[in-house]
Design a binder for this molecule. Structure first.
Ligand code: NCD
Length: 318
């Protein structure tokens, strides 16, 4: 099992075999999580701090439960949005953290690149839980695991990522991961929400939903990220739903066995029809949440192994 990284800051630096390593280990944690006895000790004795500079319910809960199941001491630090306006404050935060000797630091931040910066200043393994519009690696990994389990493979699939791609770190991380694993990715949305430069990643861009969904295996819907918009991106939510909201009629263009995904939180009746989201024959949205815990356990386990190895080497050298 190879996973040669100190941090998990994005999908970009991962090799395909490292992605497979995370997913294979996560499969084992899925089994563990389904048993009555859910605990193991990969992180026993280690301290995990979750620092969320942006609101989050499921991602923070998922990291917290993942750490606890592996025996870590888990602490959530509530960060005020006002304390992050200056870059320097982030460095100060890092200094404060170092004094507490955490082993794993899980960070979500509204600015792209802030988590990388923090990782350079702290003495522990850092996991990016979403930075601005940049990356959200554990989301892409959990999506990959969900797809692999539903479709039996993670290559040569046709996958549509639909909606607010411009503001989405989920779309970016997924696009990179799915490309590395040799899938064909289509991006579907209005031009205001699909940046043209995303074609660089080898994706095909569609403005029309029916056209774009033709024959796909996976339909990945994204939340309309209103908090990242400053007006003018869509005419109205009603109009948006009419053209880009996933309903039965639009889904009929995808393959008969196509699965429907959404990272949550969902805006029902905006990007997705509630009935589709709840249709257990099509929607894997609940599975995504389950896979989230397992993938985070796997990622933290692998980083902790590397951390322990590095520290053991340092002791030998000293
Ligand atoms: C995503 C995020 O925060 O980027 N949500 C999540 O991690 N569950 C997507 C979103 O907020 O729409």
């Amino acid at each position: 099992m190879r996973f040669d990284h100190k941090h998990l800051l994005g999908i970009e630096p991962l090799r395909p075999e490292e992605i497979t390593t995370v997913l294979d280990l996560a499969d084992q944690y899925v089994d563990q999580n389904r048993r009555a006895q859910k605990h193991s000790d990969a992180l026993t004795g280690l301290t995990q701090i979750n620092m969320f500079f942006e609101n989050s319910t499921r991602t923070q809960a998922s990291f917290e439960i993942a750490g606890k199941r592996l025996g870590a001491d888990v602490m959530n630090m509530a960060m005020q949005a006002s304390s992050i306006k200056k870059g320097e404050t982030l460095i100060d935060t890092a200094m404060t953290l170092n004094a507490m000797h955490p082993d794993l630091l899980v960070v979500r931040h509204p600015h792209s690149g802030a988590v990388d910066l923090l990782a350079q200043k702290v003495n522990c393994a850092v996991l990016n839980a979403g930075d601005g519009r940049h990356e959200h690696p554990t989301q892409a990994l959990l999506d990959a695991l969900t797809i692999r389990r539903a479709k039996g493979r993670l290559h040569r699939l046709n996958i549509a990522i639909c909606g607010d791609i411009a503001h989405s770190r989920v779309a970016r991380s997924n696009l990179i991961l799915l490309g590395k694993m040799e899938n064909r990715v289509r991006l579907i949305g209005p031009p205001t929400l699909v940046p043209g430069n995303f074609a660089e990643f080898g994706a095909e861009i569609y403005e029309d939903m029916d056209e774009g969904l033709k024959g796909v295996d996976v339909v990945m819907m994204l939340r309309l990220q209103k908090e990242r918009m400053d007006g003018g991106f869509i005419p109205s939510e009603r109009e948006y739903y009419h053209r880009y909201g996933l309903d039965a009629a639009k889904l009929a263009h995808a393959k008969d066995d196509a699965i429907v995904m959404h990272p949550g939180p969902m805006n029902r009746g905006v990007e997705i029809d509630g009935e589709i989201a709840d249709d257990i024959n099509r929607s894997v949205i609940q599975e995504q949440v389950e896979m989230g815990v397992a993938v985070r356990m796997a990622a933290m386990d692998l980083l902790a192994r590397n951390l322990r190895e590095t520290r053991a080497q340092q002791v030998m050298e000293a």
